[in-house]
Design a binder for this molecule. Sequence first.
Ligand code: GTP
Ligand code: MG
Length: 309
Amino acid sequence: MTISWYPGHMHKANKEMAALIKQIDVVIEVLDARMPQASANPLLKAMREGKPCLHILNKADLADPRITREWLDYFRAQPLAHAAASGKDKRIETADVLHLCRQLLRKVAAAKPRKPQPAPTEDENADLAALRAWKQENKKHQILIVGIPNVGKSSIMNQLLGRKIARTGNEPAITKGQQRVRLKDNWFLVDTPGVLWPRLEDQAAAYRLAMSGAIRNTAMEFLDVAQFAAKTLLEEFPERLKHRYGMSALPADGEAFLRELAIARGCVRKDKDIDWNRVSELLINDYRAGRFGPMSLERPPQAENPPAA
Ligand SMILES: Nc1nc2c(ncn2[C@@H]2O[C@H](COP(=O)(O)OP(=O)(O)OP(=O)(O)O)[C@@H](O)[C@H]2O)c(=O)[nH]1
Ligand SMILES: [Mg+2]
């Protein structure tokens, strides 16, 4: 089944973001640290063109820390970009975010072409410096938090504010509208609803998103996603599967693996048939909860070796 999920509320949210983004100083794009490529929304990339961007690799507690470091280097090497990781075990701090946003604004200022001016006198110089400092102190800065559904945008906003101001939850489309709050001094944060894009061309990436919980359950076939997950885990993390489910040997393909797991875990219906839905949920929920240990499903384009099992 082709995965596609672009309900009306996402179209509306995209339009509202496009209207607001002109007034925004820095964009925070929240990505899933386990799959920074699949979770990067091309519509948001086009929308934030020319704006400085802080990429936060969230749910880093569920990703392989070595691969997360590779991703951080990858994003930091991009123009007008910075990157930081955040996870349940080690949350990003407000001071870090403000520090990185200020660095980005300085990069923007340095990149602006300056008209040649006659050299100011010493007095004029001091006066200009004072004016610049005054302007800087009084300027309002707006940070827009964007990203795909369920990636942890509102959790990050709550964390940065130090109080629960936005509703969060372990399902996509919890945030329904923009929410603007003062972060500190002249810095404001705007939380936004999670958005995808109309056509998920890369279906392997779409299936990774479905594994992660970014796609509403009703917009996907659980068995299809579980088979994809089983195939991925069999190929890339066989030892983790064996360890989690106490299997000494693994079946060759996803379906055979799910069948064996269903029998081992009692996911069998009264008529003795396999309960495919239950076993699919079991595997997907184990993955989402990180019960196989931290694992990254993607590496940055320039990294040479495949993810270590
Ligand atoms: N393991 C882990 N879970 C996290 C982390 N951050 C957020 N979550 C969980 O991810 C789920 C989604 O969090 P939200 O903050 O509601 O995500 P969101 O991006 O605002 O979602 P929408 O508003 O629906 O787009 C919640 O169950 C959070 O507890 C993290 O760093 N690690
Ligand atoms: Mg939210």
